[in-house]
Design a protein around this ligand. Structure first.
Ligand code: ATP
Length: 366
């Protein structure tokens, strides 16, 4: 068993910076978990504490049920993959991949067999005798992965492993990483600042901000039920649009008009402690050109006119940049558009209500 448990784990650096605060996280055996968040949110520090590269200031870290706070990195039986690949330039691919097995003092025949096996999985067999300088970025990263998987560790820890690759290769390598993880079934913690990577790779995503966990859940759950404004704005590309709203006499007022609200939201908002000042969140794909939709759709949404700044054609869909109440808003996945640039009628169906009061307040689904 190689589950990883963080119990109120914090990191305070000697200069007083609190990089990670009270992180509670249970990663199941075989699970693929992504740590994501903006620069400086503490994701690398969290990963480094799991690896043993940073001391834990307070809290407890358990791997496979055992407290490992004071265990040296080499005794934790985990493998790390870095953004920089960290390959030895003078060694061939074969030697690079064999390195951790040599350190573990395995016999030559076993080493060769394990390297061949890993090379096959990662389609590196024809490249085994090359040096890293003669490989492409994607191939180098596969060698770095190969070096991690040869010794079947308890867990893989990956810190932005794809961020040095160009966009197309990154997408290809995402599939490689995802397949590899499924095939090996090894517990994996993967750090990225790229929310698309987070949404497409992991079983569960941990969103961090300012050293604290904001929300943990499967990607779709984070998208559909963000717990706060930060998560709502961070997950999804283009980002969710926000519009101030107030609750008055059971009606949700916005500068664009009253928003029809469903029973569940009405019930939540009618609680005595429910906030009156709200933020209405509208996913870009929930806008439609009002001239092209039926009466029923118009009734369910708010119909408003907004100047269209730019229309970007993405091939099958269009992205439309609008000015709504003086703020930039983005509409996406529009199949058609009656007008190109200029004024157009839109209907935006509110997908979320996000209270503005605190980072912890709830979001209600629309
Ligand atoms: P990035 O995506 O930019 O790598 P991150 O989310 O991985 O960011 P960390 O590297 O974990 O963030 O850093 C978290 C916070 O801790 C930041 O504010 C950073 O400046 C601070 N920090 C990191 N290392 C140290 C250190 N050795 N001493 C003091 N502060 C540090």
């Amino acid at each position: 068993m190689a589950d990883i448990v963080l119990d109120k784990v914090s990191k305070k650096f000697p200069d007083g910076t609190i990089a990670v605060r009270d992180v509670d996280l249970e990663i199941a055996d075989g699970e693929f978990v992504i740590l994501v968040g903006p620069s400086g949110c503490g994701k690398s520090t969290t990963l480094n504490m799991i690896a043993g590269l940073e001391d834990i200031s307070s809290g407890e870290l358990r791997i496979g049920g055992e407290r490992v706070n004071d265990k040296a990195p080499r005794d934790r039986d985990i493998a790390m993959v870095f953004q920089s690949y960290a390959l030895y330039p003078n060694m061939t691919v074969r030697e690079n991949m064999a390195f951790p097995l040599r350190l573990a003092k395995l016999d030559q025949a076993t080493i060769e067999q394990k390297v061949e096996e890993a090379a096959k999985v990662l389609e590196l067999t024809p490249l085994l005798d090359r040096k890293p300088a003669n490989l492409s970025g994607g191939q180098r990263q596969r060698v770095a992965m190969g070096r991690a998987i040869v010794r079947k560790p308890k867990a893989f820890l990956m810190d932005e492993p794809l961020s040095n690759l160009d966009a197309k290769l990154r997408v290809q390598m995402r599939t490689v990483v995802s397949r590899l993880q499924k095939r090996l079934g090894t517990t994996t913690v993967y750090v990225t600042h790229d929310q698309t990577e987070a949404m497409t790779l992991g079983d569960r995503v941990v969103i961090m901000r300012g050293g604290a966990v904001q929300q943990v859940g499967p990607p779709q759950e984070l998208y559909d039920h963000p717990h706060n404004l930060f998560v709502a704005g961070f997950i999804g590309s283009p980002s969710m649009n926000f519009l101030p709203a107030t609750l008055e006499e059971g009606r949700l007022r916005t500068a664009l008009g009253d928003v029809p609200i469903g029973d569940r939201i009405r019930r939540e908002l009618s609680r005595a402690d429910a906030p009156r000042e709200l933020i209405l969140g509208i996913r870009p794909e929930h806008f439609e050109d009002a001239e092209l939709v039926d009466e029923e759709t118009r009734r369910r949404g708010i119909v408003f006119e907004a100047p269209v700044d730019i229309v970007e054609s993405m091939g099958s869909d269009k992205y439309v940049y609008l000015t709504v109440e003086g703020e930039r808003a983005t509409a996406a996945e529009l199949k058609e558009l009656a007008a190109d640039a200029g004024a157009a009628d839109f209907t935006g169906v509110g997908s979320h209500l996000v209270t503005r009061l605190s980072a912890e307040s709830t979001v209600t689904e629309g």
